[in-house]
Design a protein around this ligand. Structure first.
Ligand SMILES: NC(=O)c1ccc[n+]([C@@H]2O[C@H](COP(=O)([O-])OP(=O)(O)OC[C@H]3O[C@@H](n4cnc5c(N)ncnc54)[C@H](O)[C@@H]3O)[C@@H](O)[C@H]2O)c1
Length: 333
């Protein structure tokens, strides 16, 4: 049994705890939150879970093997570092850290001590992203032309990070997982309207082989939209994450061009075939992810969403921050 301690029981922490409680090979030993009212919400859990207000007590507990850091972004580094230094494996919320230098430091400590880091890139464990990755790996979509995502709603405004650091880690981790190539350059534009932090932003990312991504993140949208278009040479798809059943629709549509006899004689042919909605796994992503974390600990394996994957996302976020400050300046990665 892997003993787990969870730090942070605000909005996301209860989801981590609920899923850990359901894992056969793990035990939630303690929950820590410095806010007494957050801790009170955990009182009804009744699984022998210790409720603590000081993270130091949790971090030094002998019966805890792994710590989930589910507190605000600015606390991730200090808490994860302290946990690693106490010999605990860590599951850290997205975004991994505030800077690439911090992420590198955590990776180094974990390597030296032979400990696991998993960064919560929840979407990678959804049936939808797993299916899209399969469609790419099997060559169904052909080479990728673009990824265009709209992730907007009337925000849960964060106090410590802007909309880029809050919402874009989802798309950036998905892109990292689907494209599997380092981006070449990034441009971000955005604006602050209410609390001194950007609440609307548009990020464009250039990948090798002419693949381009656009991510629209917005806390000031009147409606919630979670729609991504992915265009490939052979097929195109629409992923609407708010759809209950048919989240992904694959279209056999495309354009082919060839030159006719004269130089200006361009032949354009359009293909418009069937559309189908592939069956996707409906299991809760966080459950699969946390089960994978426990598995990696017990089997000594490395998770694919490890600290290095978290660092790649933080590097893109840092580039976006630099570009935002320069009003869309191109940042080469
Ligand atoms: N993976 C996802 O889809 C997803 C979704 C939402 C949030 N998150 C991430 O989860 C993290 C937490 O977000 P949230 O929305 O739950 O925030 P929140 O503000 O609702 O909750 C954070 C909690 O941490 C507690 N806390 C802060 N510092 C602490 C410390 N030193 N010791 C103990 N407790 C401490 C606070 O009192 C608060 O209750 C963030 O990193 C966020 O990006 C991830």
């Amino acid at each position: 049994m892997v003993g787990i301690g969870v730090i942070g029981y605000g909005y996301w922490g209860p989801n981590i705890v609920r899923n850990c409680l359901a894992l056969p090979d793990a035990r939630v030993v303690a929950i820590c939150d410095k806010n007494p009212s957050a801790l009170r919400r955990a009182e009804g859990l009744n699984h022998g879970v210790r409720l603590l207000s000081d993270a130091r007590e949790l971090l030094s507990a002998k019966d805890i093997d792994a710590v989930a850091v589910v507190s605000p972004v600015w606390t991730h580094f200090d808490l994860a570092k302290a946990a690693l230094e106490q010999g605990k494996h860590v599951f850290v919320e997205k975004p991994f850290t505030r800077t690439a230098a911090e992420a590198e430091q955590l990776i180094e400590i974990a390597e030296k001590r032979n400990l696991k880091i998993m960064v919560d890139h929840t979407f990678l464990f959804t049936g939808a992203v797993q299916k899209i990755r399969q469609l790419i790996d099997e060559g169904v979509l052909g080479s990728l032309y673009y990824y265009d995502s709209m992730r907007v709603n009337l925000g849960l405004f964060q106090h410590d990070v802007n909309v880029v650091w809050d919402l874009a880690p989802h798309d950036l981790s998905i892109l990292d997982y689907l494209i599997q190539k380092n981006p070449e350059a990034l441009i971000a534009t955005g604006e602050k309207h209410l609390n001194g932090l950007e609440d609307v932003a548009f990020i464009t990312i250039y990948f090798p082989d002419n693949a381009i991504a656009h991510v629209n993140v917005n806390w000031l949208s009147p409606v919630k939209v979670r729609t991504t278009l992915i265009g490939g040479e052979k097929k195109m798809l629409v992923w609407n994450d708010l759809e209950a059943d048919e989240k992904i629709k694959v279209y056999d549509k495309g354009v082919q061009m060839s030159n006719g006899q004269g130089v200006y004689d361009l032949l354009v042919s359009y293909r418009s075939g069937d559309m189908w909605a592939p069956k996707i796994n409906q299991c809760e992503a966080l459950r699969t992810e946390l089960a994978g974390f426990v598995d990696c600990i017990t089997k000594g394996e490395a998770p694919f969403n490890d600290g290095v994957a978290g660092l790649r996302v933080v590097r893109m976020l840092e580039a976006a921050e630099t570009s935002l400050k320069g009003k869309g300046k191109v940042v080469h990665l």
